[in-house]
Structure formats: C-alpha cells, structure tokens
Design a binder for this molecule. Sequence first.
Ligand code: ZN
Length: 256
Amino acid sequence: MLNYRNTNIFFALSIVITLLLLYFFDISWWWSLLWLIPYQLMIAYGSATIRANFFLKSYIKGNTSLPQVAITFDDGPNEKYTPILLDLLEKHQVKATFFCIGKHIDKYPEIVKRMHQKGHIIGNHSYSHSYFFDFFPKNKVIKELQLTNNKIFELINQKPLFFRPPYGVTNPPIAKAVKHLGLYAIGWSIRSFDTKVKDEEKLWQNIAKFTSGDVLLFHDTNSLTIKIVERLILEVKKRQMEIVNLDKILQLNAYA
Ligand SMILES: [Zn+2]
C-alpha cells in the first residue's frame, strides 16, 4: 500500500542501494540526491490528498450499496449564511454535518446550539484554521483540537469524534494528534469548490455526478452554496435517493 511508512521504507532502501553503488562503482555522489525529488513529490502528494490515506486512515465515502449521500459544511458557523442554510435544511427535513472552526464558535455559540437542536452533527475543523496549520507540531495540533472540542462540549454536552483537517491536508503531526485524541479524520468524495466557483452551472457540474455513498463538501460561507444545496436536495429526491447524515453513511459514532 502506498502510504508514509512504505514510502519511507522504499526510499531508505533506495538510499542504501545508491550508497552501495557509490562504494563499488565509480559514479558521482550526485546520484544519491536523485532520490530526494521523487521522495518530496510523494510526501507532497500524500499531504495534499486526504483520500490517499497516506499518513492516516480517512473516511471519505460511505456504503455504496444504498441510494444515500451525505452533505457536509466547513468553516462555519457563519453569522449570515449558516442561519439561512439551517432554515433551508429544516424546510426539507435534511440533516447535515457542520465542521466548525473554534474561533467562529466563540463568536456565534447560539448558531452551534441551534445546529445541534435541529439534529445536525457538529464536527471539529480546528480552532484557528491557520494557514500554517500544516506546519504545527503535534502538541500544537492536539491543543487546537482539544480546545475546539471543549468549546463544542460546553454548548451541546457532547464531544465530537469527527475531525476534518483544514484544507484537507494531512501530515505526521496531524496523524499523531488524531490518533492521540481518538478522533476520526473525515474527508469527502465530492468537492464542490463552492469557495472558488462563482457560476451556478459550473458549480452544479462539480456535484451533479453524485452517486450512492458520496460525501459532499460545501462551505456555509456564501449564498451560492445555499442555492446549490437546495438544487441538490431536489435532485436527490428526483433520483429516488436520500440525504442521510455522516454518522449513518459512514456507520461511525459522531460523538464520544
Ligand atoms: Zn476549512
């Protein structure tokens, strides 16, 4: 399997072979550096691709034998858009998972309470969502995740087990922190790119391919998302499928 451990073993062996070649044959030592490029490329790929399960196991898709999909929203709670989205979900009786940022929870605790009261799942999306999150050492990652989980616990009296890494990036410190805290790393199988795509049709094309077991990624931070989510809800019904929540589609407990 292509993961961090096996990559390290493979490249360690490669270095040993290169050193042996350097010892027995008259070749330039520059050859030993040749391994660094593919190694760095592998690490970069593993970090950026949560579905690769490179550093840790991530849950990206549910049971594909049932006509069900799940929807998830990152980066909230948002003062303006989350309440509108909650109204929409209530109108259609759809449950979703919200991966909240700790510092936003501090600002809008009432919205988090409302999410919970309406039967949605609250997940952890770090405290700071810092641009440098991927460079944090293990202990700092642990602190962020614990802090956010404690904030959520204060509001809903339950401790989240679902964690979605900011930017979907994983690395050894994040992997160790997730393991240390006994959390589940949650990815996605369909990314809407709703923070980048501003054209409704183009955005729809990104998600229209949904099929059984898919976990869709949105952000409750803009108005186009709300529009596209309503379209999705109607299309799911049309295809005689249903939207279930993440714990059901992944068959995992959302809280400890
Ligand atoms: Zn995010």
